[in-house]
Write a new protein. Structure first.
Length: 314
């Protein structure tokens, strides 16, 4: 298959692109490269440095599938740059899907977020529950979903609502809870937990990639919206698990974000997807990458620190 991956130089995109190439696909990555480009050259890989807001400039012709990952990808960054976030996360989705349809692309996969539900008391947060997004980031994801869904009679649409991802990527993110707490233990011997009781869902990066490969393989049989998260854990529980690998003091500070939410991924599991990794694997990978010198606690691994340095965003 010929696949266009937006955001292919990101934390998820870098590993996803490698796996798609291993599976024999031809991949075109479009990315603004805010966090650099760590993709290894490959004869079936084309990498284009471009902004997804310029839909008419994207190499859409001849593609079979678009996987749309390029977004301003967390709450603090969306708060830092609301206009950029709305244009990238919501408006560009419309430009992309329209360009895809005009070019005869048959399929579109979108990375939404499990955070679109907002705070939910239900123990099983399923896809049919109402969306009450809280932050601008969450709202852009919900609006993007709605925009894309309005095109679903013209293109095969698959939307994923991932939990917080953990584990190692060559383009590393240390602003994601498991990765962040593990790095705090490694670099400082101390983990700061804000609140600690908040329960959040998690997914390992390799399972995340597995979900995209599964959706590609299933096609029409798995159209629609899917939660993707398999371990609902409190932040304190994650911190405790980290200290089983790296001895560290846990310090609790008051939190201004008491939000808890859990995801149920029964709908995805019912399509035959089998998760194979977990939070423990994520912790182990970060520890191993740090101790082997492949990973250091750099600003580039924190989206907000890097975005603050981008021209026009200081
Ligand atoms: N990482 C997680 O825990 C998580 C959880 C839920 C959803 N998601 C979603 O998955 C997707 C990938 O996340 P990630 O962790 O790889 O994020 P990331 O920040 O590492 O990657 C995003 C990539 O998109 C690119 N990009 C952003 N705006 C762009 C623009 N206007 N034009 C071109 N490129 C642009 C960036 O340069 C970056 O390489 C995002 O849509 C994110 O919201 C991630």
């Amino acid at each position: 298959m010929k696949i266009l991956v937006t955001g292919g130089c990101g934390y998820v995109g870098t590993v996803l692109t490698g796996r798609l190439l291993e599976e024999g696909h031809a991949v075109t990555v479009v990315d603004a490269m805010w966090f650099g480009n760590r993709l290894a050259p490959h004869p079936r890989l084309q990498v284009v440095q471009e902004d997804v807001r310029q839909a008419d400039r994207l190499p859409m012709r001849g593609q079979d599938l678009v996987i749309h990952l390029a977004n301003v990808a967390n709450d603090p960054c969306s708060d830092l740059a609301p206009k950029l976030s709305w244009e990238t996360n919501a408006l560009a989705s419309m430009g992309l899907v329209e360009a895809a349809i005009a070019a005869g692309v048959g399929r579109f996969i979108y990375a939404s977020s499990g955070s679109v539900y907002g705070v939910k008391e239900e123990p099983e947060v399923t896809e049919d529950l109402s969306l009450v997004p809280i932050s601008d980031y969450n709202k852009t994801k919900m609006i993007s979903e709605r925009v894309l869904l309005s095109y679903r009679d013209r293109i095969l649409l698959q939307i994923v609502r991932p939990a917080t991802i953990c584990g190692y990527s060559p383009r590393m993110r240390l602003d994601l809870s498991v990765n962040m707490l593990t790095m705090q233990a490694l670099a400082r011997g101390r983990i700061t937990v804000f609140g600690g009781d908040q329960v959040r869902p998690n997914i390992h990066l390799r399972d995340m990639i597995g979900v995209y490969l599964h959706l590609i393989a299933k096609g029409e049989a798995a159209a629609g919206i899917y939660n993707a998260g398999f371990e609902n854990l409190s932040i304190m529980e994650i911190a405790r698990r980290v200290t089983a690998h790296v001895p560290a003091e846990i310090v609790v500070s008051p939190s201004n974000d008491p939000r808890s939410y859990r995801l149920s991924s029964q709908k995805l599991l019912a399509t035959g997807f089998v998760p194979r990794f977990g939070v423990e694997d994520g912790i182990r990978e970060v520890v191993e990458a740090f101790r082997s010198g492949r990973l250091t606690d750099d600003d580039i691994c924190y989206n907000i620190r890097t975005m603050k340095k981008l021209p026009g965003l200081q």
